[in-house]
Ligand binder design. Structure first.
Ligand code: ADP
Ligand code: MG
Length: 860
């Protein structure tokens, strides 16, 4: 007590002397006292308010104030303050009164010896009282606190005894059950929560009693989801076990979990979550379907228990890596799935961080890219298999993709091309066009143009490009389809060449026609010159003058063969086969052929010894020789020799034309008879020459062969069937006497000079001549004199009516009248001759020839 300093003592006493006496007594007993004396009520009230006191001594009898009243005041203030009443006179009643008023002891003023021990005892007891009161308060406080806590738990909690009777329950439980405490306590769980009756499949209470340890389950109670846990606790006081039942509302979690699961189940790709131990915690329906598993086989199990070993291994490896360095990883893998087919998967794995940022596991997502891969493969095949070169490039022409065809055509590898731009691929002369073309594609979406590419080896490839603007991964790109048009170009050039040839041959034909026209008129003139010179020759005395006339005739014959050449060139001859002597004919043509050739080309003609009678069209045969000779000449630009020989072989006449020219290789040889095949430069050859030769020989039922080698010259061999008939007498008739006649002949010829010549010639030979100047006159004369007329000589081309018309008119009256047609023209008279039974005499002819042919028809 002294440790706490002097005892603070309040003394209610009217006598200062008595107070000191009291203090001295206490000090004598060992107290250190700090005291204060009051004697009036007001003083007491003030003193009580001013300071905490440790004890009070009150005098019973106070003037104007009473001890019991003072006691009352003090007790009001502090019920535990040690209080001792001191009285001068104290009787039984006073003592009782004092004790009632709250004094702990009382003492007589004259006997203060007991004061020290009494106060000491009182102080001790006051301490004990205070201590007890404090404890009681603490107990009260803790009970209240427990109550508040218990009620403050938001989850319904109850304590149940072995019989599942509710022993305690918190406010949340009361609210949950909707009953008052009185209504709950003592009732069983089955009565209060029907869903938790012990017959329920999974009652955590029952399980807890069975196992003796905590148990839990999720139950649907009162339309919500609760995690129900039961935990054993020792009973209060007695030894009986009790259970704490806690209902935790997990509706929110369950619903969000359900939502999450539904959300995941709608995903078309497998998705899952594995915790740090590799145990699968979540997966969606697609995941289960792909693996052909039930949810129970997956959830709560590590991958190794249900995944194909290879996949489990891969996942395990990735999980390790992701745990060490969190982030994302992707990998492609091929898996055989529940459908029994291999699938290509793209796995995307991401480490999962909880709300606190700690790694809690791995989220996985698998995309089935089988179709994508297949489509990619299909498109790659199409792209690579295209016959055209395909390029994908940007708007600047930089190449992004090129197919195999593009690479092989240009001679670059794909990687080389991908470093290049169109400016490097297009030929130099296209350089300025690349940019504008790209612009066109960008603005119009497409473009079609022709260009040329330059391959690595420098070769130029004419190309047609169809370019299109496309979008690839959101970026504008251009797809250029490039077609090699070299072939087409060649074909176009070939066509141009053929067109040029056709033009050329048309030109030749026009020239031919012109030449033939000139030849016709020229023939008439030559016939007249020949005729008159004939007459002149006969009338002249033998001598020098006769020789001059013969020279005129020789020149005329040369002129005549020139006309034949022109006619041959005109290629207009009809097929008019006639008996002929090949050797004699050839000899006659010699001069004409020579004129065709140049001075530096020698022509040698070697006729066979025996006669070679043929049934042939002389004009056409002439053309055959003409063509062969000009070709031979052309093959000998530096000059040389051409040999034409004839021979008889196996019933055939053979004509051989050889030259010492350049010769031909096999490729050329194979094509020479094709129309329009020529090796000559444009404008020089038509390629028609040998085609015409071929056609003529075919018509004559003959054959033609060629032997040639480069540098060794060329030999053509023609075989023609020998004619079975008696060969025609060769040459012009030498004995005019044999050719005379006396018959009346109708002569129709529009060319006056010729008509006069022929009339004179015929009359000279003894004939009577009726001459007509045109077709109509001829018909009139015939009608008038038909009984006298023995033969008719008809020019074919005449005004008023043609020789043909006149002939038909005559045939209408007389079918057997001998008719001789004379013509310098080129039209086909074969049908006329056959159909109308007439013979043809080609202009120019001599009078002797006319007389000879006229006798023939008259005597036939
Ligand atoms: P063209 O004379 O207009 O070229 P041809 O049909 O007459 O047409 O001849 C075809 C080609 O045959 C000639 O261009 C030439 O190459 C070849 N040829 C014909 N005859 C001879 C020859 N005697 N010697 C060499 N080549 C010849
Ligand atoms: Mg030719």
């Amino acid at each position: 007590m002294s440790a706490r300093g002097p005892l603070r003592l309040l003394i209610v006493e009217d006598s200062e002397k008595d107070a000191r006496l009291i203090v001295r007594e206490l000090e004598r007993h060992g107290f250190a006292v700090s005291w204060h004396r009051v004697q009036a009520e007001r003083e007491l009230t003030e003193a009580l308010a001013s300071e905490p006191w440790q004890a009070a001594l009150v005098d019973h009898s106070l003037p104007g104030f009473s001890g019991p009243a003072a006691l009352g005041l003090i007790r009001e203030r502090d019920p535990d303050l040690p209080l001792i009443m001191i009285s001068g006179t104290i009787g039984e009643e006073v003592a009782v009164e004092c004790m009632k008023a709250g004094a702990h002891d009382y003492l007589m003023k004259d006997n203060l010896l007991r004061l020290g021990p009494a106060l000491e005892r009182e102080l001790r007891e006051a301490d004990l009282r205070r201590e007890r009161r404090r404890n009681e308060q603490a107990v009260r406080d803790s009970a209240r606190e427990w109550r508040t806590t218990f009620d403050g738990v938001s989850s319904p909690v109850a304590v149940l005894d072995r019989e599942t009777r509710f022993v305690r329950c918190n406010q949340a439980m009361r609210r949950f059950l909707g009953r008052s405490l009185q209504d709950i306590l003592g009732r069983t769980c089955a009565e209060l929560i029907r869903e938790l009756s012990c017959t329920a499949t999974d009652c955590p209470l029952c399980r807890m009693w069975e196992t003796g340890s905590a148990a839990g389950a999720v139950h649907r109670l009162r339309e919500r989801w609760f995690e129900v846990t039961a935990e054993p606790v020792p009973g209060e006081g007695d030894s009986q076990q009790r259970a704490v039942l806690v209902l935790r509302d997990v509706t929110e979690q369950r619903e969000s979990l359900h939502f999450l699961q539904s959300l995941m189940d709608t995903l078309p790709t497998p998705v899952y979550f594995q915790d740090l131990q590799g145990v699968f915690r979540l997966c969606n329906r697609c995941f289960l379907q792909a693996l052909g598993l039930a949810r129970e086989q997956v959830i709560g199990h590590p991958g190794a228990e249900f995944l194909p070993a290879s996949l489990a291994e891969i996942l395990e490896r990735f999980h390790r890596e992701l745990r060490q360095s969190p982030g994302s990883q992707t990998l492609e893998t091929r898996l055989e799935l529940a459908d029994g087919r291999p699938h290509e998967f793209l796995l995307a794995l991401t480490s999962y961080r909880g709300p606190q940022g700690d790694i809690q596991g791995v989220l996985g997502q698998a995309s089935d890219i089988t179709e994508t891969r297949r489509a990619e493969e299909r498109f790659r095949t199409l792209f690579e298999g295209a016959a055209d070169a395909l390029f994908i490039h940007d708007s600047e022409g930089r190449l992004l993709e090129a197919n195999t065809e593009a690479c092989s055509r240009l001679g670059y590898t794909r990687n080389e091309l991908l470093d290049m731009s169109f400016r490097q691929i297009e030929a130099f002369e296209q350089a300025g066009l690349t940019g504008p073309r790209l612009q066109q594609v960008i603005h119009q979406g497409h473009a079609l143009f022709q260009t040329s590419y330059r391959a690595r080896d420098g070769s130029i490839i004419p190309t047609e490009v169809s370019a299109r603007l496309l979008k690839l991964q959101g970026q504008p790109v251009i797809l250029s389809t490039a077609r090699d048009i070299s072939e087409r170009r060649r074909a176009e050039q070939e066509r141009d060449r053929l067109e040029a040839m056709v033009r050329q041959s048309q030109k030749l034909e026009a020239i031919g026609q012109l030449a033939a026209g000139v030849a016709h008129d020229f023939n008439n003139l030559l016939t007249a010159i020949l005729g008159y010179s004939d007459i002149l020759l006969r009338k002249l005395e033998p001598g020098a003058n006769q020789e001059f006339v013969r020279q005129i005739q020789a020149a005329c014959r040369r002129a005549s063969s020139l006309t034949q050449g022109l006619l041959a060139f005109g290629r207009k001859q009809p097929y008019a086969p006639r008996p002929m002597q090949l050797n004699a004919w050839l000899a006659g043509m010699q001069d004409f052929f020579r004129r065709l050739l140049r001075e530096d080309v020698e022509l040698e003609i070697q006729p066979a010894a025996e006669p070679l009678p043929l049934q042939a069209d002389e004009a056409q045969l002439e053309q055959v020789l003409l063509n062969l000779l000009t070709n031979a000449r052309d093959a000998m630009p530096g000059g040389g020799r051409i040999t034409v020989s004839t021979s008889r072989q196996a019933g055939q006449a053979r004509i051989t034309v050889s030259d010492t020219g350049t010769g031909m290789d096999e490729a050329t040889r194979a094509k020479i008879f094709d129309p329009f095949f020529t090796t000559k430069e444009p404008g020089k050859g038509t390629g028609l020459g040998l085609a015409v030769v071929w056609g003529i020989i075919q018509r004559h039922k003959g054959s033609i062969e060629v032997q040639s080698e480069p540098g060794r010259g060329t030999t053509f061999q023609i075989r023609l069937p020998l004619s079975a008939g008696i060969p025609e007498p060769e040459g012009s008739p030498e004995n005019p006497a044999l050719l005379r006649g006396h018959e009346t002949v109708l002569l129709a010829e529009d060319e006056e000079a010729l008509r006069a010549l022929l009339t004179a010639g015929l009359r000279d030979a003894g004939y009577e001549v009726l001459s007509a100047m045109d077709g109509r006159q001829a018909m009139e004369l015939y009608v008038a004199e038909q009984n006298r007329i023995a033969a008719v000589v008809l020019d074919i081309v005449m005004p008023q009516a043609t020789g043909e018309e006149v002939l038909l008119a005559i045939r209408a009256r007389r079918s057997d009248l001998p008719v001789l047609l004379i013509s310098g023209h080129l039209q086909d008279t074969a049908s006329l001759e056959r159909g109308a039974g007439a013979s043809l005499l080609r202009k120019p002819f001599t009078v002797a020839e006319l007389l000879h042919r006229l006798r023939e028809v008259l005597d036939a």
